[in-house]
Ligand binder design. Structure first.
Ligand code: ADP
Ligand code: MG
Length: 634
């Protein structure tokens, strides 16, 4: 044992303490993943060394094969992993093994429920990582030395996985990291060659480095035990370089967990080798669940980039548009230079054409998923639909393709789920219908009962119900699908085109003529509150409705802008009344102009309420309504 100097005891960051506690208590049914996580880190460390050594070959300290060795001691109940990767210095160890660097950690912790099943999913999403060692160990010792530093600059980190850890300087001859797990007494089954081999085959076969175990050999009688021999137990070739037909689903899935830092299987993947003008291989995955930081601007995203099989960078963002930021995977290019940087990636025309091709791959993969696995696609939509809705604005060229992937709630489905695609909608349009009708609003409950839908119900025409905050904005980018335009049913003068018969139209004109007087009286009574008053053709049950002007902002956009403190251009609604409603009939014969005005304002306010808007003068509404109620009851 070498001398340790500058020993100090430090506390874990609060979040680490919470994570440790949760991990130990919620992942016990899947303990063996600790090995996958530690191997994954060792593999990352070797990737980083290879990359840094391109510029500084001296980091390799004279060569030797890069790899991972795992040994065990049944009597001492230890498992030891050793890699000759990049290693860590004292500062690295303190930050990497004492804190969680990911942004949004605190938010993530707030999401934990205490329900073990749910939490284990969340922890999985968060990346189980190094701390998973404490699922099986009650003490972990890490000895590490950063490549390129002197043997005297080794560091020893030790912890029992409770509140604190110790660090000390120590002599370490070999570069890289050695991790010694002191197994809990109930977990000593892991100090076993057969068990370790099986776990490595199961989870880490795809790791591109040799993972070695001690060769089990019994020395012949009378002979001295030979020097330790090692044997590689994994396949040790980069998975994406192998032909597709050679790779089992389980291998793709395990590889995903490594690159995606995920704990669950992916929904789908697409593996392609491109040859010709550009040469590259891509392996892209759709995760099953959204990461907790999907909506954080700064959250990590992007693909793992390799150049001729050498790892170059994590989170290379330039290969996919922002609206596909949930896609995980690798891209391995033969055309880029090994010392490519993020800045170069942003400008390189090669990257642009790769981005176009990779985007199309992802959209094709999603189309296939939607077609062949509609149930899975539902899950996809729940997790990532909101992000995909950013697509039509960001990616004009693929607008139509993205539109085909969108799912909406609809009057055809009472569940309120977003399950109707535009192709489904068009497949069942009424004869003569050449538009896609939609209504947007704050919540499903509100739009589902909106008076705007009355005429559509009567005629049996389907209307899409859009209630996500982003929807109105989305619709400002979507103008048509498959040649059919979109019509907001709450907007303008509803023209049902061929869906209204000649008789319908004639009848409408007659009524309009008949009610000209009432229209004028209402205009006078409502004055400044409205831009126009007219007879409605879209109501069957409600007395009145407020329509939005053709060019005006919709309610949702107005509310979003107002909430963000922006000045919203003033716009007045159009007041439409139902000529066949008994209240309107009463209004029409009302002699007192005073009462007529009160009555009109009540109808106006009710129509605003039904549209999900708030009243400008709620007290006035109550006063007028009560006045009428009093008159009624005498
Ligand atoms: P992640 O791998 O997602 O970053 P981990 O908890 O698994 O999270 O690891 C935390 C960090 O500790 C790694 O990012 C790395 O910087 C460092 N680390 C862990 N294991 C090793 C290792 N064997 N060699 C070098 N660095 C390591
Ligand atoms: Mg890790």
């Amino acid at each position: 044992m070498s001398v340790e100097t500058q020993k100090e005891t430090l506390g874990f960051q609060t979040e680490v303490k919470q994570l440790l506690h949760l991990m130990i208590h919620s992942l016990y049914s899947n303990k063996e993943i600790f090995l996958r996580e530690l191997i994954s880190n060792a593999s990352d460390a070797v990737d980083k060394l290879r990359f840094e050594a391109l510029a500084k070959p001296e980091l390799l300290e004279g060569g030797g094969e890069l790899g991972i060795r795992i040994s065990f001691d049944k009597d001492a109940k230890t498992v030891t992993l050793e890699d000759n990767g990049i290693g860590m210095n004292r500062d690295d160890v303190v930050t990497h093994l004492g804190t969680i660097a990911k942004s949004g950690t605190a938010d993530f912790m707030k999401n934990l429920t205490g329900d073990q099943k749910k939490d284990s999913h969340l922890i999985g999403q968060f990346g189980v990582g190094f701390y998973s060692a404490f699922i099986v160990a009650d003490q972990v010792d890490v000895y590490s030395r950063r490549a390129g530093t002197a043997a005297s600059e080794g560091v020893h980190w030790s912890s029992k996985g409770e509140g604190e850890f110790e660090v000390a300087n120590v002599e370490k001859a070999e570069r890289g990291t050695r991790i010694v797990l002191h197994l809990k007494s109930a977990e000593d089954e892991f100090a076993d060659g057969y068990r370790l081999r099986n776990i490595i085959k199961k989870y880490s076969d795809h790791i591109a480095l040799p993972i070695e175990l001690p060769k089990e050999s019994t020395p012949a009688e009378g002979e001295e035990a030979p020097a330790q021999e090692w044997e590689t137990v994994n396949r040790a070739s980069a998975l994406w370089t192998r032909p597709r037909t050679d790779i089992k689903d389980e291998e793709y899935q395990e590889f995903y967990k490594h690159v995606g830092h995920d704990y669950e299987n992916p929904l789908s993947w697409s593996h392609n080798k491109v040859e010709g003008k550009l040469e590259y291989t891509s392996l892209l995955y759709v995760p099953a669940r959204a990461p907790f930081d999907l909506y954080q601007r700064e959250a990590p995203r992007g693909l793992k980039l390799y150049v001729q099989r050498v790892f170059v960078m994590d989170q290379a963002e330039s290969f996919l548009p922002l609206y596909l930021r949930f896609i995980k995977g690798v891209v391995d290019s033969n055309d880029l230079s090994l010392n490519v940087s993020r800045e170069i990636l942003q400008k390189d025309p090669i990257i642009d054409s790769m981005k176009t091709a990779l985007t199309k791959r992802v959209l094709d993969m999603l189309e296939k998923l939607a077609k062949n696995e509609p149930e899975q696609y539902k899950g996809f939509w729940k997790n990532f639909g909101q992000v995909l809705k950013e697509g039509p604005a960001e990616d004009f060229a693929n607008k139509e393709k993205i539109a085909g992937l969108l799912r909406f709630a609809s009057t055809s489905d009472d569940s309120g789920e977003q399950s109707v695609g535009l192709a489904d909608y068009l497949a069942r349009v009424k004869e003569g219908q050449d538009k896609v009708y939609y209504l947007s609003g704050e919540s499903y409950a509100q739009v589902k009962n909106s008076p705007h839908l009355e005429v559509f119900r009567k005629k049996g025409i389907e209307v899409l119900l859009l209630t996500d905050r982003i929807d109105e904005w989305l619709m400002s980018y979507l103008t048509e699908f498959d040649g059919k335009g979109f019509v907001d049913v709450a907007r303008g003068d509803l023209d049902l085109g061929k869906l209204d018969s000649e008789e319908d139209k004639k009848a409408q004109e007659e009524i309009a003529k008949d009610k000209e007087g009432l229209v004028e009286r209402l205009k006078a009574a409502l004055g400044d509150s409205v831009s126009e008053v007219r007879v409605s053709h879209r109501l069957t049950d409600s007395p009145a409705i407020l329509a939005i002007g053709e060019q005006d902002l919709g309610l949702q956009m107005r509310q979003i802008l107002e909430a963000s403190g922006q000045k919203v251009p003033d716009s007045k609604p159009i007041f439409e009344f139902n000529p066949n409603h008994p209240l309107i009939a009463k209004l029409d014969v009302e002699q007192s102009e005073d009462r007529f005005a009160d009555f009109s304002h009540i109808l106006f306010d009710q129509a605003a309420l039904a549209a999900g808007d708030s009243l400008k003068d709620p007290a006035g509404y109550v006063r007028r309504l009560n006045k009428l109620l009093v008159e009624l009851s005498v």
